[in-house]
Design a protein around this ligand. Structure first.
Ligand code: ISL
Ligand code: CA
Length: 555
């Protein structure tokens, strides 16, 4: 396995709107990130992924870009950006930008031109079609509810938007559009950016025969019609040849519809991407209706997903590991216990994240164990997905209280509340009124209270990150899941020629016996989230995580 910086890196994901506000307008900004560079460095991370910071009417948290070559004024200027990049590089930290090229904003110049007339030079930058039977060209549902086509009165044709009406899909079939996208990528890479996270890259090549979908299962519709189209490999290859090959730049593809069967087509060396995010575990609790249609899931299923994907990436490419991001609930609330065993389970999840094969991505706030927020009414949501989801659900007769309950568990607002810096007013995030309400638990859960506490979640992250770096086996070693008697135990071994490490995680509030043939081979405990016990490895206490080196020669 070839080693590279990005395989060894730990990436810290920053949602700029909610990280730190520097000027009191309640909105986090680039100068806020600059203020916190030493904090970011103190975590031991190697790279930062910034969610979109480009000019945007902000219909979808900046994923609706109206100018790819400029900064959202609320976030600052290109001058601030250059300073941020310099500050990161001075500290040895790389920067990964979020590139959104499946769609733009409807306020982008390309689209305001495109919609003017059928023969406008920008017409083919987007996907236009005439209607069918007095309705939209296909029955395709959009990610954010309703049909994925909107009629534009000016020319009487429909345009495609897999996401909101304000996010028309770019037409990758058009070589001029592709060239414009590559030029934009080069603009940022020429500034010295080190990597690109590519939003919804799975959908740039679609089924352009535009058949109706024949299933009610949304994720299946994505796989069959929106993602993994016939020209995907060609487009990725063109992107490499025409934009990326000139630079030393890591790429991480994001996209629904990527499965373990098709993942490797994205990971062709020099022709594809370096890594992709898969959503196996992230969709484990979604039913046919998607996010607001939750279903039960099991730990066995969860563990199986890690195995399948490790197998996949062992063949080609490299994995990425994440347990939360700006699109999902807070990881401790989702996979852990955000009440009685809050600290234990937050540390356990950190142990999982930092001991898997693949590059770990830490979503800002998770390193202090931030939890889901409970909105008191749907109207308090700031997220187009939740607001549109509610208007669709309402039509189907769902009660507001029932929808709110689901949104509070599954919604994206959970991950987007401002970062808790300290116990002062507004958690030290802003001197003004935050753009979205803070989580009311910020006095208990914040960065400053955890800074000097050696047992805090924050300091556990720092230690666990340094352990990962000190033991290359945790980066490159093979991953071997171990059968356990209890479904709630997640136990595995990482191994390379030099070392063998056992990781034992108890995903429950029961005390569980750990019977494993490895127990007699334990050499030393590297880290754990409980004080030691004699024969401690025989049992795992509620949400206990333990990491041991094993005697290699005995095996
Ligand atoms: O979160 C999801 C499940 O409901 C995903 O399907 C997600 O919507 C999808 O992976 C695309 O997400 C990305 O593009 C969206 C944007 O809203 C998300 O924030 C972004 O991460 C549109 O640009
Ligand atoms: Ca601000």
């Amino acid at each position: 396995m070839n080693s590279t910086w990005w395989k060894e890196a730990v990436v810290y994901q920053i949602y700029p709107r909610s990280f730190k506000d520097s000027n009191g307008d309640g909105v986090g900004d680039l100068r806020g990130v600059i203020e916190k560079l030493d904090y970011i460095k103190s975590l031991g991370v190697d790279a930062v992924w910034l969610n979109p910071i480009y000019k945007s009417p902000n219909a979808d948290g900046g994923y609706d870009i109206s100018d790819y070559n400029d900064i959202q004024p609320e976030f600052g200027s290109l001058h601030d950006f250059d300073e941020l990049l310099k500050g990161l590089h001075q500290r040895g930290i790389k920067l990964i930008m979020d590139i959104v090229v499946n769609h733009s904003s409807d306020e982008h110049y390309w689209f305001t031109e495109s919609r003017k007339s059928k023969n406008n030079p920008y017409r083919d930058y987007y996907i236009w079609k005439s209607g069918k039977n007095n309705g939209p060209p296909t029955n395709w549902p959009s990610f954010f509810g309703g049909n994925a086509w909107s009629l534009d009165e000016t020319t009487g044709e429909y345009y495609l938007h897999l996401f909101s009406k304000k996010q028309p899909d770019l037409n990758w079939e058009n070589p001029e559009l592709r060239k414009a996208v590559y030029d934009m990528m080069k603009f940022w890479l020429n500034k010295g950016v080190d990597g690109l996270r590519m939003d919804v890259i799975s959908c740039i090549s679609k089924n352009v025969n535009f058949p109706d979908t024949d299933t009610d299962d949304f994720n299946e519709t994505i796989r069959k019609y929106y993602a993994n189209g016939p020209r995907l490999r060609e487009f990725l290859q063109g992107m490499n040849e025409e934009a990326l090959s000139e630079f030393d730049c890591v790429t991480v593809g994001e996209g629904p519809g990527i499965t373990n069967e098709n993942a490797l087509t994205y990971l062709e060396e020099k022709k594809g991407l370096n890594m992709i995010f898969h959503f196996g575990h992230m969709f484990i609790d979604q039913g046919e209706g998607g996010r607001f249609d939750p279903i039960a899931w099991s730990m066995d299923g969860f563990k199986e997903i890690f195995k399948i994907w490790d197998d996949t990436f062992s063949k080609k490419g490299w994995g990425s590991v994440f347990l939360g991001n700006h699109d999902f609930p807070r990881m401790v609330s989702r996979w852990g216990d955000d009440k009685k065993y809050w600290a234990e389970s937050a540390k356990l999840l950190c142990t999982l994240l930092m001991s898997m094969r693949g590059t770990p991505f830490v979503y800002a706030g998770d390193e202090i164990g931030m939890t889901n927020v409970a909105l008191s009414s749907i109207e308090d949501s700031k997220d187009i997905e939740t607001l549109n989801g509610w208007s669709e659900a309402k039509k189907k007769g769902v009660l507001a209280a029932d929808f709110l309950k689901i949104a509070n568990q599954q919604g994206r607002d959970n991950a987007r509340t401002p970062f808790h810096w300290n116990s002062s007013d507004e958690a030290g995030f802003t001197s003004g009124k935050p753009w979205m309400p803070l989580n009311s638990n910020f006095k208990q859960i914040n960065k400053d209270v955890q800074e000097d506490d050696q047992n805090s979640v924050l300091n556990y992250y720092r230690t666990m990150i340094s352990i990962r770096k000190a033991h290359p086996v945790l980066i490159y070693g093979t991953y071997q899941p171990i059968e356990t008697e209890s479904e709630k135990l997640f136990v595995y071994v990482r191994e390379n020629e030099e070392e063998k490490i056992l990781i034992a995680l108890n995903f429950s509030e029961e005390t569980v016996n750990l019977h494993s043939r490895f127990i007699s081979k334990i050499q030393e405990k590297l880290i754990g989230n409980y004080p030691p016990l004699t024969h401690e490895w025989m049992i795992l206490r509620p949400w206990e995580a333990s990491v041991y080196t094993l005697y290699k020669e005995l095996l």
